[in-house]
Write a protein that binds this ligand. Sequence first.
Ligand code: 5GP
Length: 340
Amino acid sequence: MRIDPDVKLDFCDVLIKPQWSKAPSRSSVRLDREFTFKKCSWNGIPIIAANLDTVGTFSMAKAMAEHGMMTCLHKHYQLDQLVEFFRTAPKGCFYTLGIKTEDMQKLDDFSKRVDVLPFLCVDVANAHIQFAAERIKMVRDKYPNAVLMAGNVVTPELVHHLVINGGVDIVKIGIGSGSCCTTRLISGCGYPQLSAVIECADAAHGCGAKICSDGGVTCPGDVAKAFAAGADFVMVGGLLAGHDECDGERSDGKFKFYGMSSLEANRKYSGGLKGYRAAEGRCIEVPCKGPVSATLQEIAGGLSSAATYLGASKLKDFPKCCTFIRVNRTHNSVFESWIG
Ligand code: 5GP
């Protein structure tokens, strides 16, 4: 056993230091980015709705696209539904798959029925394991021209491995940060999200790849911090839960939201938990929140505001302009106990 003495930080451990700047007004801040991949490029605001079965829905994809944002569809749609959707899908939609043989087979069948392959996301809770890395490489070898996102990992070594050996274009970063995740409580494992992003962004950019910060965003300010830490994309789950575009159960103004490794999800898709496994997600109720558009505007507005504090005229410049300060308290919480 050894102890790494460096303190690793989360979004709640820092604030972005306000700077004097000649930054333009909020309205002229450019939040869109252009990314070039092997065979295509993408332009938009690089925020991605997470592939939870409640959040990564067809209707979320349409709403996100209206704001120039992306969606990672959940992997539980039927093949026919996916084929139908991707015939007219907005650009910037990810087809998600796991690493089981049946997931590979479904993608093969899918690829035969669509003209252009969408962006692909190979999603596994822990991509530090060899089998996961092998499966990710298998997808890359089969579909050399696809834009490939894969994860999740939290260390620069694994970022290098997935990019150099696995041919991944966008490495998804985050273990245990999610709002409905209990991995840290169940297994004691994880990595504070801000430090993971800072360290992994450096590793990915050094070898020409990109990262997506996945999990842990609790408010628009955290999205700004993730971009300032070096994330190229930021994935958001819980913040989008409960909106009209989500699929799931609603009653008495509440929406049922659960992690994809929760007992709830395991019951729904695998007939329950296998004897040797513990659930690593929770099931909660969130208020029904109406159309997602208002929340997306808040997030975009938060980024524009952060840009003016940072002195950045575009999202791309956030890391270059940012100094984080470590804090003991990020905000005044005096009225929070009165909410809800
Ligand atoms: P959020 O934006 O809600 O904080 O985080 C969303 C992310 O949490 C997802 O994209 C996914 O990586 C992760 N996640 C979703 N469900 C579970 C779960 O049941 N267990 C764990 N460990 N992580 C989850």
